[in-house]
Ligand binder design. Sequence first.
Ligand code: NAD
Length: 496
Amino acid sequence: MNAAIDWRTEASRISFRDKAFIGGRFVASAAGETFDNISPIDGRVLAKIAAGDAEDIDRAVKAARSAFEAGVWADQAPKARKRILVKLAELIQKHANELALLETLDMGKPILNARNGDMRAVAECVRWYGETIDKIYDEIAPTPKTALALITREPLGVVGAVVPWNFPLLMAAWKFAPALAAGNSVVLKPAEQSPLSALRVAELALEAGVPPGVFNVVPGFGESAGQALGRHMDVDALAFTGSTEVGKLFLKYSAESNMKIVGLECGGKTPNIVFADAPDLETAAQGAADGIFYNSGQVCDAASRLIVEDKIHDVFLAKVAALAKSYAPGDPLDEKTQMGSMVDATQTKRVLGFIEKGKAEGAALALGGRQVRQETGGFYIEPTIFDRVENRMTIAREEIFGPVLSTIVFKTPEEAVKLANDSKYGLEANLWTNDLTKAHRIARALRVGTVTINSRDGGGIEVPFGGYKQSGFGRDKSLHALDKYTQLKTTYISIG
Ligand code: NAD
């Protein structure tokens, strides 16, 4: 559908919002500081972005609080909030090419993934929560006849959201859409690597009719802007997506400030368990390759541990390695490219460090392992496969967040489950088998938030997503996400 678009020309024409969006206006940071927004495609500085700090966060929280107190959003009828959020979804669709381009330039994902994957999902998410909010009813408790007890769901007030760079707008939408639908005001801090799409969407939200101050975006670094939001005394809840390490800091920030509610969507080390009786080994191999190489492996539920039954190991690994060729890194602005760049130099160095560690600890490098396309000035790593990995090795334990697959063999279903659960993470597991009983038994035994069976597809906005163990708590997506952005009030009336 986008065959006619010359993305390089579009990229040369695009303009960037480079200021914070507070109280319905773009403003410079209070200190006048900026940071370089570097494109990982070629190392070019795209823009100098306002570097928000504690003072900017405070300004945004004040704007959010005063909009909440004034009731300009929270007190609108659910049906009215619905109309505005559906309009925002339409504007996101209308500007999908521009938003996709901003994300590709910002973090290097292939343009068609951004356009047809991310932006569709963002629009769907915003529309879904808009459509939902006038269909949710409150409760009346089963009391004696002499009383009437109403259980009503109320917005929290000011919600802070801190998000990562791998799906910049989608991870933000999973927070701001349900938070806004429920009537809260929002202060969003995008990742410093990828602030562009969030700044543009804040402007579109205003255009759709979200009142000034209800949706604010403050770009900046984690240690300054992120921490200030986490520690702010007037923020009621903090929704975080990012690494487990930083997620733990938000619990500390909450404990040391106002005990704000914290929701954490953190890291993962997804086991992809492939049995010899998988319905179709070709499909399973495609799932394994997509599962680790999509988005350069920078995916929280990337299928980074291939746990394969020993009797199909050789044939299956050969299939995955053959499919990996289609993921050779290419220009993210070329529609044919399936794998773009890493997000930045730091992440590239980190991933290469894990590859060296894998070799040093005795895993067998079966494919790739090198940085490529250095002549572009950008940051690219080949699809990489390790064989003969043991679950105790660093590459099987740590979240690499790059296109690096660790292959581990098993003999029995019990061993597969043991290997899968032997991780501090519990975000997702994938399972391939034709045996329905075995599939259900194993799905129950896996300590993860999502199990996919005979597919990598874990469902759309209608199902919850989130982790067990150190992958976090609370759920994004589905009606369950509204639990994070509302609280229950009991009103007990004596009528005796
Ligand atoms: P990160 O934890 O480094 O950063 C995430 C956000 O936290 C950024 O906005 C960053 O500025 C901020 N931050 C960093 N240090 C901070 C600090 N000291 N105080 C306050 N805020 C701080 O993560 P990342 O590298 O941007 O993203 C990759 C991580 O995100 C991976 O671990 C991945 O698994 C995780 N992730 C999880 C999900 C999920 O739904 N579970 C989805 C996507 C990504």
